[in-house]
Write a protein that binds this ligand. Structure first.
Ligand code: NCD
Ligand code: ZN
Length: 365
């Protein structure tokens, strides 16, 4: 029995609603890549979400506002031409590098299309080689971000190889996040894709001014614990960073996401990779959840008996944090059991869709 199946009985017992209509949600952490993969994956996100924060970790990282502008146009061109998804809005980010200039921060802020700057400590995850060697080198950029209200989005793990991989998020809080928040108390900070009890508690309890601290939570970290990676063999499609954690951490994330606390919001971290690079001797990190991300979140909230809290988490808290208007249209999910969709073909490259068992229990209209 895997981590998901062990909860399905509870899910059935708790359920009564047959449909759920919520304000159209946004995805506050998304990888869409470029080229054929971008064209193949974007429509799935666009059909569900009104907006998404687009991660800048392309092979050639998006480090300038000018690059973010041209990448944005490629994303806009990948939207469906008409009908659902055609109004999807990509919210761009810059990839923080050592010595990013305050002028670049200002250009980003004034562009009207850049909504954050992403911190990857060098080597921490996919395409992070160009990342920051020491945040100390980014002082001028951080000052400019704080002054101009541009959020810092953090991949919250240390890279020190002597720290156990399951502890790297917790250690990040002590070594990086706390000192950063002490030095830049009014910088807007998002602790991305949190995976541990420590991170959930930190975000909930930190003494932070309203709108200065938030955290995204993925659907896969709400649904699975680390056993899923090793059920009967090694399951590369459940490998992502930060890696899935023990059940006690999954429960803490469910508690945080369903708490109604405005610091927690939806961010899928959907991260498509070609199948041959996932099923590899050194497979890439990333779960591709975009094709039915909202259904996965609905499943997680339903299992927790908290469907009524999904709208705040998915549609309000992130928009409020980024000081953007909440959406005015709605989406409707129906309770129906259906088979997870097929894998995606991106110009002859297969992308394997994330699955929790073969059946899903909610379907977007
Ligand atoms: C992401 C990717 O593939 O770009 N991978 C992942 O496992 N989440 C990068 C990231 O967000 O860490
Ligand atoms: Zn990510």
């Amino acid at each position: 029995m895997d981590a998901f199946q062990s909860h399905s009985a509870e899910f059935c017992a708790n359920s009564s609603r047959t449909a759920l209509t919520i304000t159209r949600p946004d995805d506050w952490h998304l990888h869409v890549r470029d080229g054929a993969i971008l064209k193949a994956v974007l429509p799935y996100t666009a059909r569900q979400f009104g907006r998404a924060i687009i991660m800048p970790n392309l092979k050639l990282p998006v480090t300038t506002t000018a690059q973010a502008g041209t990448y944005r146009h490629r994303i806009l061109a990948a939207r469906p031409v008409c009908g659902p998804g055609s109004a999807f809005e990509p919210l761009m980010t810059l990839y923080l590098t050592d010595n990013m200039s305050p002028d670049e921060v200002l250009r980003a802020r004034e562009s009207g299309f850049v909504y954050g700057v992403k911190l990857y400590l060098t080597g921490v995850t996919t395409h992070s080689k160009a990342g920051v060697t020491d945040l100390y080198h980014c002082t001028a950029a951080l000052e400019a971000m704080q002054k101009n209200g541009l959020p810092l989005l953090m991949h919250g793990e240390v890279t020190d190889p002597s720290i156990d991989i399951f502890d790297r998020e917790k250690v990040f809080i002590d070594r990086v996040l706390e000192p950063l928040r002490r030095d830049f108390p009014s910088l807007k900070v998002v602790f991305e894709h949190i995976t541990t009890l420590s991170a959930a508690q930190y975000v909930r309890d930190a003494d932070a001014a309203p709108g200065t601290l938030g955290a995204t939570i993925t659907a896969h970290h709400l649904l699975l614990n680390r056993n899923a990676i090793l059920v009967g063999g090694i399951r590369p499609h459940y490998y992502c960073l930060p890696v899935l954690k023990r059940e006690e951490h999954r429960l803490a994330l469910v508690e945080a996401a369903t708490s109604g606390h405005p610091r927690f919001f939806l961010g899928t971290d959907s991260a498509p990779h070609p199948k041959n690079l996932k099923e590899h001797a050194c497979g890439c990190a990333g779960c591709y959840t975009a094709p039915y991300a909202l259904e996965l979140y609905a499943q997680a909230f339903d299992q927790a008996g908290a469907l009524g809290r999904l709208e705040g988490f998915a549609s309000f808290h992130g928009a409020d944090f980024y000081e953007l208007p909440r959406a005015t249209d709605t989406v409707t999910l129906e309770r129906v059991t259906w088979v997870s969709p097929e894998d995606i073909d991106a110009d002859s490259t297969t992308i394997v869709s994330f699955k929790v068992g073969e059946l899903l229990h909610w379907k977007l209209h």
